[in-house]
Design a binder for this molecule. Structure first.
Ligand SMILES: [Zn+2]
Length: 211
């Protein structure tokens, strides 16, 4: 029978699905797949610091995206400024409550929840405290990740804009730029913060004890 610890010592290549045995890496060393040369895992001593800086920046830019104007639309002299909160009040005015709740979860609660959970996770792991809490947060984040849909909102916004360009003049606001920045940071964070490496780090900090 294969026990969990033995599985922990194996790593599968994301690209070609070759199974590799994990070896301990020195600081800043990287392990690549023998077959296709894809990066398997790395030992980046600054991973948590980098991620923390990115998460704080993403939090600020998400806040700006929520607070400031995403765009100003001018339809034949009729001007309207669209912010995320005005977007929600428009939905409420039209009694689209189901869509409103859906958007509230996808655009506000999940992204904010993910950033907040990541922030708490990194702070506790850096302080080497809260073994149980950080383990729970890692599991929670793995569940939440697929629900991070700022990118989908952004794409639907682009589609709507292309349609509006014919009939209206659109001026992009600070919120729009912040939304793009959040999106880019999001991608960088998920690239930087590999769950496999986080689990390895978790075991290194707190040990394998069943907390
Ligand atoms: Zn491979």
């Amino acid at each position: 029978m294969i026990n969990e610890e033995a599985l922990d010592n194996l790593v599968i290549c994301k690209k070609c699905h070759t199974l590799h045995k994990k070896v301990a890496l020195q600081a800043k060393e990287k392990a690549f797949c023998q077959e296709c040369n894809v990066l398997l895992y790395q030992n980046d001593p600054q991973m948590l610091d980098k991620a923390l800086a990115l998460v704080i920046t993403a939090g600020i830019s998400l806040f700006i995206a929520f607070e400031f104007s995403i765009m100003r639309i001018d339809i034949q002299g009729l001007e309207q400024t669209l912010t995320l909160s005005s977007f929600f009040s428009i939905l409420a005015e039209h009694q689209q409550y189901v869509i409103e709740i859906l958007f509230l979860f996808l655009l506000v609660l999940f992204p904010v929840g993910i950033l907040l959970a990541t922030f708490v996770l990194i702070v506790f792991m850096k302080a080497q405290k809260g073994g149980y809490l950080t383990k729970r947060l890692l599991i929670l984040l793995a569940h939440l990740k697929p629900w991070n849909m700022v990118d989908i909102f952004f794409i639907s916004l682009l589609v709507a804009m292309v349609k509006l360009f014919d009939v209206a003049s659109i001026e992009l606001g600070i919120g729009f730029m912040a939304l793009i920045l959040t999106l880019i940071l999001d991608v960088i964070i998920s690239k930087n913060l590999a769950f496999g490496e986080l689990w390895t780090l978790h075991t290194q900090i707190y040990g394998v004890s069943d907390v």
